[in-house]
Ligand binder design. Sequence first.
Ligand code: WT7
Length: 633
Amino acid sequence: MNFQITSEQEYQAAYNKSVDQPEEFWNDIASNFHWREKWHTTLKWNFETPDVRWFDGAKLNITENCLDRHLEQRGNKIALIWEPNDPKERALRYTYRELYQNVNKMANILKNMGVKKGDRVCIYLPMIPELSFTVLACARIGAIHSVVFAGFSANSVADRINDSQCTVVVTSDGLNRGAKQIPVKSVVDEALEHCPSVEKVLVVDRLGWPVNIHTGRDFWYHEELKTVSDQCEPTIVEAEDPLFILYTSGSTGKPKGVVHSTAGYMVYAGYSFANVFQYKESDIYWCTADIGWITGHTYILYGPLLQGATSVMFEGVPTYPDPGRFWQVIDKHSVNIFYTAPTAIRSLMASGVDHVLAYSLHTLKTLGSVGEPINEEAWHWYHTHVGKGKCPVVDTWWQTETGGIMISALSGISELKPAHAGLPLPGIQPILVDGEGNEIQGNDVEGYLCIKFPWPSMIRTTYGDHERCRINYFATYKNLYFTGDGARREANGMYRIIGRVDDVINVSGHRFGTAEIENAINQNKKVIESAVIGYPHDIKGQGIYAYVILGDLEANNNNQTRDEIIESVVEHIGRIAKPDKIQFVSGLPKTRSGKIMRRILRKVAEGELSSLGDTSTLLDPTIVDEIIAGRLT
Ligand code: WT7
């Protein structure tokens, strides 16, 4: 790894070079990877169309970089440690050679099922080793993976499959989640009633459950495994060929398929992993995210494997069998680098510090946080009780669309400040702008966070709808990528992320559009209209507050109707998007042109009743009093 920064001076030098000579900067980093053919053009870009191309002319396969090239030196090194949901079940360990063989077998199975380069494969699996095999197997054969988090409902799965016209789905009989076992294959069966593009389904046996097998369409993984070889030649792709699609929510009702390229994503995943976590050859690294989200893609699989690291993959939840599980697993596997989400920290904080103090945690060197702003209290608890005051906490700001960490301290190198993401990684050029898109210069300022220069792992398009990508990210401010976040730049140049400034809410680090949840609520026949907002929630960061107008006034304040509305959300999106509070109202605060004043709803939900502003211009000002009177606390 010639690109690992080891001091603050090196950081500054690298940062300056990345701004002054970006192509040379990235050429040096990219030369650490294995290419079948080198690029002829490092970067071509235009943020207006947008069109961004990195390492044009290069040919490669990312799995050769994640697996093959490690075989000689690290063939017997553990690549993946899989920790099951139930601590009594045996953990599984895969060396680089074993992972390589399993990926090749899965790749051959997919090929036998007809998957070809460029085809889309939907992966709807829990956190079991086969999920990792499948993701990498797609990459091995040049197929585009679209992982859908296994907590999404049949409707959501169907929408995602149809949007990208997947031909194959890989799934399991069911999944473990703490003390519960949850069906998975039956969700796929329901989704596939509406997915004509899907030809074949591969089913992994996790729970030993009987499932419906549609002859000719569905195949058991363990049966197919018997007939395939553990060798599979990698399919060589072009730098800009898409590696994967990952759906994420925006401010409109329909989630969009964020498309990442192969070469740029690879270079940035490896580079950012090595630098932020300051990974060293013998480190055991654990990221607790689910591979259904971008964090799992980049920092459980690609980033660590690109560096030949040992990565822990955890099937379970932080609270099972008790709230000491994370700490027990850290001791069990001697974890050195631990990367989790503020919501998990806050929920474990609430269960009391004794669960942490019961474990040694002496192997820890670095702690990471991701997904939402980490409040100071949680930061200190994490630093003091988990890190014993000796582990840097890196607060990593990034997004599904950025592919990798953008603003963060580098562990042990950068200055730390609780609740501050810190400085941009070399290669990343953030700026703050005002409402008109004018750059806000200097420090101790606040504005909309944008990025003014391309980086290798940035979003390339939204699947099937390039215009949507342009409008969402590149049209708000000319020649800038707009993140959707507001931020402060402190006196020392460090960034502090404030949160979303669009109609996106972040619940336990999961992103939802308010319109998306409203659509789901409105599916309920009793509902005439609804408005959803995020409100501060002690554990989840933001909770979901729904204001609902019912047609049948009898149903007002009726718990059964509340349950039915929650059921609509579970059915249309998934259990992760359940509203925390539902308030029935007879109307919503609207402007004379009919626009819902969410700002007022947010203030009421937050209890900030004295700062509602002028409500006299509303269509019906009296509605605000009704909403205040019925406020759920
Ligand atoms: C949004 C992106 C990429 C990781 C998982 C979430 C918020 C993410 C931080 C942080 C403050 C953060 C932002 C961002 N966010 N990390 N360290 N501090 N806010 O990915 O679902 O694409 O959501 O999460 O608001 O825009 P995502």
